[in-house]
Design a protein around this ligand. Structure first.
Ligand code: 3H9
Length: 704
């Protein structure tokens, strides 16, 4: 932090430079709003100043309102008033943009009379992603700057655009070179003075006309993509309704909508998700612990996971040595990684022509473990079998130099047992990537009993470098995510055994907001995975456990899901995303008759209640055992790895919002039916009785 006030006023000749310096992202806290308002008053008084520049210190222009103030009583001056003061200035005001110009930051820029941006700047109005709409003139000024259609696109999607696109749209006037936004702004202001340009106020421009058909198209698009969310449609309406109102009335309507949205559970959930993602990377016991340097990594196994991990690491600028069994497998892996890098180039993750040089210079697929002698970290992604993995780690122990981090990508095996295969368990950790690892952002960092703090810190640093959202987990079967999934899938399987169809379940669960239902997910992942797990556990299975016989039958009939064209659904050219199988009902009825089950009906609500109760109950157990350090970490895993609807915040947030007494009542009722499966988490029972919240639980165990 600097000792200086967050907004400084100085003069460069006859240009006032108003510089915001509020690390880390120059958010518009009350102090910044006050500082900007005072600076505008000073500008008006300053006879020496003929124009002004608003620019920012640090890595970005203003990245928006201060989100940490949301949910608290608003403090004056309000942002719309500050922006009105900027726009009302009799002297030209130029906003000089760099970094990420977001939300209220872009609204400040729209209040200025001219906008110049450094070439790397990105801008957008992400408020809908927080359950809000732009609340400081964005819905009213943006259409006047870029036209109705472009404004609808930006306001309802929250997407960010680069400076080039902003220039084309007319959102900015000029692109500047260099890396000093304030200097670029001063030069632009001087040009304005030389040309004698007067302030141009967007509020004084008539609202543009809109083609009714274009509006209908957009209304349909927004309704479809918003799914269960409220904010995108309210944002759409604010833009459209504002077109037929005087500017001041449009501003009042926008403010009213903003205030209403601020009260919604959707806004609370989305902001919870934003902070939960950032909090997940913070561990109290790692303060002051330095990560080891990681530039070169090894990947063992060139299947889909190994290839994806390699591609993600190359994209992040790491050097990668991939080990495969034989030359043919190594070549296949190499081709797969090359394809993924081309995909990364298409998605703009690396430069358009970067894939080939990365493959040439930073990647090799070899068959000899000796290639790993000099790497800084190894990620093993071989077949999911404890003995196979222990063998790999024994070999690594013999080859890797001291200090190399040895990571396993296992999704459920005991990392302690893997660590024990080496003479350096302190260097062993789990890095559970999600499939496909070059796309999915979630990474579970699995900390074993003897993993050194430095190794944990190294894993977090690597995750950050690779752009992953990292969550720390302790060791248990399935870690946080797959253990949760097993619980809610089991609840779903019980419902199918008892009378629901997989299609009923998937409809109810996507209706809740999940990206996919459990049986759609099963088909995508391959039904053989669950089958293999059930076979593995069969010898130790408790006789009270209910086996999803129907799932086993599908696999035994060769119906493994999408990859075989048939699983719960049928996949063909006409229905690549799958259609229900007309034979499913008959098969299920046959199995129920065999098991002596009289089928019963489940409403969507019944299905959602059981699915969520199983998920939350397991989450509470995971928290209680210290497998997760905080409830919000569990939310992040479900949001990023399992398609939980972001606007509901994650299962733990959702349960707190619904009330733990209601959750406990659901579980008690279900336990009467099946006491073995519905064993209430003691933590959940206690919190429900005390009126507590999962969010406030601090196990103090730091997930180890
Ligand atoms: C809005 O503007 C409403 C207006 O229309 C109307 C008002 C009336 N506030 O993400 P990072 C913190 S809505 C407070 O790790 P990066 C963040 O928590 C707002 N804090 O860095 C973290 O703290 P910590 C619209 C914020 O480089 C630290 O800064 N704006 C805010 O990966 C670093 O963040 C947005 O939605 C904030 N606005 O990404 C932008 N932003 O170190 C939200 C960040 O303690 N922000 N922090 O964990 C972002 O998208 C990214 O943070 C950004 C930087 C791209 C800026």
């Amino acid at each position: 932090m600097t000792d200086q006030p967050p907004v400084q006023y100085r003069r460069d000749g006859d240009i006032a430079v108003i510089r915001v310096d509020n690390p880390p992202v120059n958010a518009l806290s009350a102090a910044v709003r006050t500082g900007l308002a005072e600076a505008m008053a000073q500008l008006a008084r300053d006879d020496q100043a003929r124009a002004a520049v608003i620019c920012c210190a640090g890595r970005t222009f203003i990245a928006g309102a201060d989100i940490s103030e949301f949910g608290k009583p608003p403090v004056q001056p309000h942002l719309p008033d500050v922006i009105a003061a900027i726009e009302d200035s009799a002297k030209p005001v130029i906003a000089a943009l760099h970094g990420t110009v977001l939300g209220g930051g872009l609204e400040v820029a729209l209040g200025a009379h001219g906008r110049i941006a450094l070439s790397g700047a990105r801008m957008g109005l992400p408020e809908v992603t927080l359950g809000l709409l732009p609340g400081a003139g964005g819905t009213q000024r943006l259409p006047r700057a870029v036209g109705v259609e472009a404004a609808l696109d930006l306001v309802t999607s929250g997407r960010q655009i680069g400076a080039d696109e902003a220039l084309k749209l007319g959102l900015i006037d000029t692109l500047a070179d260099g890396d000093d936004p304030c200097a670029a702004g001063v030069a632009e202001a001087r040009r304005w003075l030389d040309e004698g340009r007067a302030p141009r106020r967007l509020s004084e421009i008539a609202a543009p006309e809109a083609d009714p058909q274009m509006l209908d198209r957009w209304r349909a698009t927004v309704a479809k993509s918003a799914r269960g969310q409220v904010a995108p449609m309210r944002a759409f309406e604010a833009v459209v309704n504002g077109l037929s109102m005087p500017f001041a009335q449009g501003m009042a309507m926008e403010r009213q909508t903003f205030t209403e949205l601020m009260q919604t559970p959707e806004r609370a959930a989305l902001i919870h998700a934003f902070f939960a993602e950032r909090r997940a990377a913070q561990a109290d016991d790692l303060a002051g612990v330095s990560p080891r340097k990681v530039d070169r990594i090894g990947v063992i196994g060139g299947g889909t996971m190994g290839q994806g991990i390699a591609a993600a690491a190359l994209t992040a600028g790491l050097d990668v040595t991939l080990i495969e069994r034989d030359d043919a497998a190594a070549e296949k892996a190499r081709a797969g990684v090359a394809l993924m890098l081309e995909g990364a180039a298409k998605r703009g993750k690396i430069a358009p022509d970067a894939a080939a040089p990365l493959m040439e210079g930073s990647f090799r697929a070899v068959t000899d473990y000796d290639g790993l002698a000099q790497v800084d970290l190894v990620i093993e992604a071989v077949f999911e079998d404890l003995d196979v993995k222990r063998d790999v780690f024994r070999r690594l122990d013999g080859i890797c130099r001291p200090g190399t981090v040895l990571a396993t990508n296992t999704s459920y095996l005991d990392v302690n047992l893997i660590a024990d295969a080496t003479r350096r368990p302190q260097d062993v950790i789990g890095l559970h990537f999600f499939s496909p690892p070059n796309i999915m952002r979630l990474l579970e960092i699995v900390v074993a009993d003897r993993t050194a703090p430095e190794v944990v810190a190294t894993a977090f640093a690597l995750a950050k470098r690779m752009g992953k959202i990292a969550v720390r987990s302790g060791v248990c079967d399935g870690f946080i995510g797959n253990r949760m999934m097993l619980a809610y899938r089991t609840a779903a399987d019980h419902m199918v055994l008892d009378g629901a169809s997989p299609y009923d379940i998937d409809r109810a669960i996507t209706g809740f907001g999940f990206a996919m239902g459990p049986y759609q997910v099963g088909d995508l992942a391959g039904l053989d995975i669950g089958y293999a797990t059930r076979q593995r556990k069969a010898p130790t299975r408790d006789p009270r456990e209910r086996v999803p016989v129907f799932a086993d039958r599908l696999v035994e009939a060769g119906r493994l899901g999408r990859k075989t064209g048939r699983g719960y659904y049928i996949y063909d050219d006409q229905t690549p995303k799958g259609r229900p199988d007309p034979e499913m009902a008959g098969m299920l009825d046959g199995i129920r008759a065999e098991l002596g089950i009289t089928p019963r009906d489940f409403t969507d609500k019944d299905i959602q209640t059981r699915y969520m109760a199983a998920m939350v109950n397991e989450g509470a157990k995971i928290l209680d055992e210290g497998i997760a350090a905080r409830a919000s970490d569990i939310d992040v895993v479900l949001l990023h790895g399992y398609g939980f609807p972001r606007w509901k915040g994650g299962p733990m947030h959702w349960a707190d919002a619904r009330g733990l007494d209601r959750m406990a009542a659901d579980i008690t009722r279900l336990a009467a039916e099946n006491p073995y499966f519905w064993q209430m988490s003691p933590l959940l029972a206690r919190l429900a009785a005390e009126g507590g919240r999962l969010a406030d639980v601090n196990t103090g165990k730091d997930a180890k």
